[in-house]
Ligand binder design. Structure first.
Ligand code: FMN
Length: 253
């Protein structure tokens, strides 16, 4: 009772939208304590009303409704029965990195080069995988295979399995792909159209049997017109990490 009385005097400060939410911190003091349990209980009996970021911070059970259940979760955190709230389990992990390397690599040539770039840039990495995987027959080019018909169809946008959850957190995106009929595979088009890339710096590179990067990268610009596009570069399969690093260094990374 004494605790409840004391808490009634606790101010619940507003938190700016940009501030990171500390789940469980219902009173906004930056810590998760027994006071937060009480604040949530008082909200549930209409003795105070949590709104905005305070409401979000208090709603920890993952069901979007603030109730006694949330108070129970916060209590568990306070006594160290749990490390994370359910709401945090379902949130994409923010790695704190601001560079993402994205690659598509059907036959494995582009993949190690993308990994070299990610290691050098200390970047997160995301593999573009087709929702309907490309079989060997699908990529047997010049046989009217699936890849042939997609590359000649301006409207083709093969579906991607999975997505980048926290694209907003990246300011730089490296996009690595194989040349398919002189161009980027259409699944790269799908990728670029799936996100708001405005303001991000995009660095394209490709692998190929012999073709140069040519118009494959510049033709991507229209799909993310408000991004800052760096000149792309073509590499042969088996290019060493030293060469990838030297190039990234040369262009200012
Ligand atoms: C459908 C298809 C079309 C291709 N078209 C070209 C091409 O126009 N020029 C070229 O030099 N290589 C072409 N290649 C070869 C690939 O670009 C090359 O093997 C690339 O390194 C494959 O990368 P990956 O193993 O990461 O998928 C093509 C390959 C496929 C499957």
């Amino acid at each position: 009772m004494i605790l409840v009385m004391a808490v009634s005097l606790v101010a619940v400060p507003a938190v700016s939208a940009a501030e990171k939410i500390v789940y469980g911190d219902a009173d906004g003091d930056g810590e998760v304590t027994a006071v937060d349990v009480t604040v949530v209980m008082r909200h549930t009996v209409h003795m105070l009303t949590l709104t905005g970021d305070r409401l979000k911070a208090a709603t920890v059970s993952g069901d979007d409704e603030l109730s006694i259940v949330d108070a129970t979760w916060i209590q568990r955190k306070v006594v160290n029965i749990i490390d994370k709230f359910p709401v945090e389990e379902s949130e994409p992990e923010d790695t704190g990195r601001d560079t993402l390397v994205v690659y598509f690599s059907r036959t494995g040539n582009t993949k190690p080069l993308a990994q070299y770039a990610a290691e050098y840039l200390d970047a997160d990495i995301f593999e573009i995988e087709a929702a309907v995987p490309y079989t060997d027959a699908d990529i047997a080019y010049y046989t009217n295979c699936r890849a042939d018909s997609e590359q000649s169809d301006p409207a083709a946008r093969p579906e991607i399995a999975g997505k980048v959850d926290n694209m907003d957190s990246y300011s730089t995106v490296v996009i690595a792909y194989p040349i398919w009929h002189g161009q980027a595979p259409k699944i790269i088009y799908t990728f670029l159209e799936s996100y708001d890339m405005s303001g991000k710096t995009i660095i394209p590179f490709c692998t190929s049997a012999s073709s140069p990067i040519g118009s494959s990268a510049t033709n991507l610009h229209a799909l993310a017109p408000d991004a800052v596009w760096k000149d792309g570069r073509r590499f042969a399969a088996g290019t060493s990490s030293d060469v990838i690093e030297a190039w990234l260094n040369e262009i200012g990374f």
